[in-house]
Design a protein around this ligand. Sequence first.
Ligand SMILES: [Zn+2]
Length: 454
Amino acid sequence: MAANILNLYLYTVTRIVETEHDYSVYAAVATQVAHCPTCGSTRLSGFGRREQMIRDLPSHGKRVAIYVDTRRFKCLECSTDRVATFSEPLPDVDAKRLMTARLVKWIGQQALRRTFASIAEEVGCVEGTVRLIFADYVNELEKTVRFETPTWMGIDEIHIIKPRCVISNIRSNTVVDLLPNRNKDTVVHYLSHLDGRHSVQTVAMDMWTPYRDAVQAVMPDARIVIDKFHVVRMANDAVERVRKSLRESLTPKQRRGLMHDRFVLLKRERDLNDKERLLLSGWTANYPELGEAYRLKEAFYGVYEGMGTRDQALARYAAWHRSVSHEVRDAFADLIRAFTNWQPQILAYFDHPVTNAYTESLNSLIRVMNRLGRGYSFEALRAKILFTEGVHKSVKFRPRFERRRGDEVMLDMATTETFAYRGFAVDQHDKPETDKNYGADISTLTRLIEEGKL
Ligand SMILES: [Zn+2]
C-alpha cells in the first residue's frame, strides 16, 4: 500500500501521515545516482541529505505534499580545485516549480475550466503559481494547436469584460482567435503574423473603420464585405430613436397607449399578427412620424430582399434614400452616413453574401458571452474558448477504410462521424491530406456556455 500510493515508481515511500486536509508522503528516490552531471565521473561520495517538499495531485479531496529525502553527492574528480556538490535529480518533478510534472499538467488543464483561486486552494499553492503555470500551458497549446486560416474570415466585436475582436471562420462556423482589443495596430499585428494570410479571399466585418484599415493595409487583395445584419440593424436603431423621442413628449396616459410598441415596431411587417397590425395602424394614425419610421425601416429591408446585382441593389437604395422624409431624416442619418462611407463593402454583400447560419450562430455566442467571465482574466477566457477539449471542429485525414481496432481507430471514427452529422460543408471539395483543425465550433461553445460547462 505504502509503496504504491504515489503511483510514481521511481520513488520509495517510507511513511504517510494523514490529517484532516493533507497527506504528507515521505519518500526517497528509488534509483541510484551513477555519474557526476558535470564531468560524468563515477567517483562520487555522499554529501548528506536534505528534505525537499514537492506538491503533487490532490488525492481523496486532500492536498498532497511529498517530502523527498534528497541525497547530496560530492564528485571526487571535479572537487580537486573546488568543492563540487550536487543533489540527485528528482524524476517526474518540475524542478522550477517544486511540483510533480503531472500536477503541473493537471493545473494547466483545470485552469481552462475553473478559477485559479479554486485550484490554488485544492492543491495548496498560491494563486500566482496557478497563473504562471496556466500561462505556460497556453503558450504550449498555442504552439501545438494550429487552426486553419479561413478563406472566408469574419472580424467582429465581442464583449469579454470589454470590447474585443473575434476572428472567425465563416464557412466552418468557428472561432479562430480573440484579440484583446479592436485597435488597428492589434489587428494589423495579428493579420501580418497569420500563416497563409494570402489565402484569405473575403473578410466580413462590422462597420468599424480600424478593421477595414487593417485589412486593407495587410491583405489588400482580400475583399471586404459588410454583412446585411449590421446594416439593417441600423434601420431598427432609427425606428428606436423616433419611438424614444416620441415617448418623451407624451403624457403617461398616452404612453400607456403605446404598450409593447418596441416589440411591434421592430418586427417585420409580414410577421405581425392581426392584433399587432391593428395596434400599428392606430399608432401610425396618431403619430405619423412613427408610421413613417416604420415604413422606411421596412423599405430598407427591401433593399436587401431583391438581392440581384450590386447595381440593382444600389438603385433600390437610391430610391429608398430619396423617399426619406424630412421629419425622420435625423433618425436615419447614421444609416445614411454608414451606407455612404461603406458603400463598396456593403454592396459587395450582393456578390458574396455571408451565410445567415454564421451570422446567427455568432450573434448567439455574443449574446451568451456575458455569462462567462467572473473571476477570469481575458487571457484565461480566450484560452477557454479556443482550447477547451471537445470544442474543435476538425477533420482527420484517413487514407483508406480501416477496420475498428482499439481506441485509436474508434476515435478517428468518432471525429469523422461528427464531421458528417453536422453537415459540415467546409472545404470538402479540397479533401484534406493532413489533419485539419478549423477552430472552436461556435454552436458548441454557445451550448457549453448556456449549460454552464465552459
Ligand atoms: Zn564531476
